[in-house]
Design a protein around this ligand. Structure first.
Ligand SMILES: Cc1cc2nc3c(=O)[nH]c(=O)nc-3n(C[C@H](O)[C@H](O)[C@H](O)COP(=O)(O)OP(=O)(O)OC[C@H]3O[C@@H](n4cnc5c(N)ncnc54)[C@H](O)[C@@H]3O)c2cc1C
Length: 369
């Protein structure tokens, strides 16, 4: 019997597999699609890891731990997983977003530079910001080669003794009181503890999460980026919508998306959909709004967010199944935390004290909202 069974091998499941091996636990993991597939939330070449966190100070311990663990994964694999690019938070100076970013920067103790629009436009002419905007520059923010990192996490976990099965959907999880039976189409696997890292499908295995999770259809676009060294940025537009940008894998190429995109939410968006003219129009307008001199996007990609009610993650025991740990760390900003989330989830599964305070990440918090 394995110590831990993991449902789902996206970024969080793969990080849990590595953390379980690092804790000396035997582990088996299941993925319904092929490893590295593009039907979940962890594909798409790159992800940002920001040093200053406008989502709030509650995330900082998990973020600090993540920077350390990504560096460890990089040296363990010898692969260039993380490149320091710097990062910008941009918005109307008196907006809640910029106030939160400034407050979080002040509390973080990490290097940052606050700039008014005129100064930022001098340094990065491609931004062309209106006078009432300001910028917070975090020089230590970085880009993660996420497709490469997912492959590395799988490779290292297997090399370290994890048993990972892809194209092997979990059909059901039954508890027998002191252990679990994970049922796939062909086999039954007995495990002592279960980690539910099924992302957009998470509430299938822990119905308590139904009220806490919303699946959002996302589309990202790719385009030839600005000539000068503009750091990747997230920016609040005049109408309050927020876009995110990051370098893509190929030099000079950029990626952009819009939080909330078309407000399309529901379980039906677990499944892949077609990019349509409306998606292209919205994202083309976004590129024009934030990088007016860049050419329009020439590639579009479907993805999905698994949103909680307040964008805080769920890293918590399943109330209805003691011995199962739920991991729903997305809301469009979870990837950067994967190694630390994996470590924390495994600690919960093995009844060990987590290294970071998980009280901001309980299920109860979400169901109360
Ligand atoms: C376009 C886009 C841009 C983003 N940018 C950033 C960023 O810059 N920085 C950042 O930090 N975060 C970012 N994110 C968020 C981040 O990518 C997600 O938080 C993260 O990938 C979530 O990982 P996950 O493992 O929970 O989900 P997933 O990758 O969806 O993994 C869940 C897995 O469970 C599997 N599964 C489900 N049901 C079963 C079953 N029955 N049996 C077996 N397997 C099953 C699924 O197939 C899937 O592979 C972005 C997300 C998107 C979509």
């Amino acid at each position: 019997m394995r110590d831990i069974g993991i449902i789902g091998l996206g970024a969080m499941g793969l990080a849990c597999a590595n953390a379980a091996r690092a804790a000396g636990a035997s582990v088996i993991g299941f993925e319904q699609f092929s490893l590295g597939h593009s039907s979940g939330s962890s594909h798409g070449e790159t992800r940002m890891i920001r040093r200053i966190y406008s989502e709030g100070a509650a995330f900082m311990p998990l973020l600090d731990r993540s920077f350390d663990l990504w560096a460890k994964l990089e040296s363990a694999s010898g692969e260039p997983l993380m490149q320091t690019t710097g990062g910008l938070d941009i918005g109307p100076t008196d907006s809640a977003f910029m106030r939160e970013a400034r407050a979080s920067a002040g509390q973080s103790g990490h290097r940052h530079v606050a700039m008014d629009a005129a100064t930022a436009n001098d340094v990065w002419p491609a931004l062309q910001l209106p006078d009432n905007f300001s910028v917070l520059h975090a020089p230590e923010s970085a880009v993660l080669q996420s497709d490469m990192a997912n492959a590395v996490m799988a490779r290292l976990a297997i090399a370290d003794g994890a048993e990972l099965h892809d194209e092997c959907p979990v059909v059901s999880v039954e508890t027998t009181g002191d252990h679990f039976l994970i049922q796939t189409a062909t086999d039954t696997h007995a495990v002592r503890r279960v980690i539910n890292a099924a992302g957009p499908w998470g509430s299938r295995f822990s119905t308590e999460m139904d009220a806490a999770l919303t699946i959002e259809r996302q589309v990202a676009c790719y385009f030839d980026g600005p000539p000068d060294e503009v750091p990747p940025f997230q920016r609040v537009l005049e109408d309050g919508r927020r876009i995110y940008t990051q370098p893509a894998a190929d030099p000079g190429r950029w990626k952009l998306g819009l939080y909330g995109h078309r407000g399309q939410t529901g379980p039906e968006y677990r499944n892949t959909s077609e990019v349509d003219d409306e998606d292209r129009r919205i994202l083309t307008d976004c590129v024009k709004a934030v990088l007016p001199d860049c050419p329009p996007p020439d590639r579009f990609e479907i993805c999905r967010f698994t949103n909680t009610n307040d964008a805080h993650f769920i890293i918590d025991r399943a109330p209805e199944k003691p011995g199962m740990v739920n991991v729903a760390a997305c809301s469009g900003h979870g990837y950067k935390f994967a190694p630390a989330v994996g470590e924390a989830a495994v600690a919960l599964a093995l009844d060990l004290p987590p290294l970071v305070d998980l009280t901001p990440f309980t299920l109860a918090r979400q169901t109360k909202l």
